[in-house]
Ligand binder design. Sequence first.
Ligand code: PRP
Ligand code: URA
Length: 231
Amino acid sequence: MNNQVTVFDHPLMQHKLAILRDENTSTKEFRELISEISMLMCYEATRDLPLQDVNIKTPMAPMVAKKIAGRKLAFVPILRAGCGMLDAMLTLVPAAKVGHIGLYRDEVTHKPVEYYNKLPGDIEERDVFVLDPMLATGGSAVDAIDIIKRSNPRSIKFLCIIAAPEGIEALSKAHPDVQIFCAAKDEKLNENCYILPGLGDAGDRIYGTDVVGEVSIDKRGSAIKLPAKAK
Ligand code: PRP
Ligand code: URA
């Protein structure tokens, strides 16, 4: 395996990913699971942040404790699906600044189309974490990182939940300096450039835009797909 890629195989991550992939998982559960997996990924992907000694006083005694050594972070979700990962990241690193890059994949060409771009003004001083649950052809990640690099950030990491081998190859080739983190490396892309086995369309499953016309509301108020026999 390319040593630029880290696949997190923690049992909690794999368990949550199995439920996330399941076609019967409701929109509400899907969003919650994206958040939980993102929080675990944030924990792992920030493992190399440098620490510095600080003098503090507990109610019992003075001591030298450790704090993160002044590294500034920025999180940049790729719209829409990347936004599903953002709140979890901010829960662990509330001081991070947030940029947004709007890209959608053209349905025919499967190439990314840019529609929005707003990055923190001081991104030159920041380590950037780009967020998107899906790395399929890699086109969106490559373009998003091209855009971010024009502003000269200190470093860039790419966090996704599922990566296709094709996407890993494209991203590693275009941006060999960018570390890739994922919870699973899947088999391949299908003829429509969707990841197999994957989880379907991440943005649609996060925002419930895939179930229009075939929904039921479960006991907790979540939209759920009607099983085939009930249609
Ligand atoms: C999905 C996904 C990635 C992109 C991955 O977004 O969230 O951004 O496709 O595909 P790629 O690696 O082949 O570029 P989509 O374009 O469907 O937009 P959405 O998030 O608004 O649903
Ligand atoms: N985008 C998705 O949301 N899912 C895929 O499998 C590929 C691209």
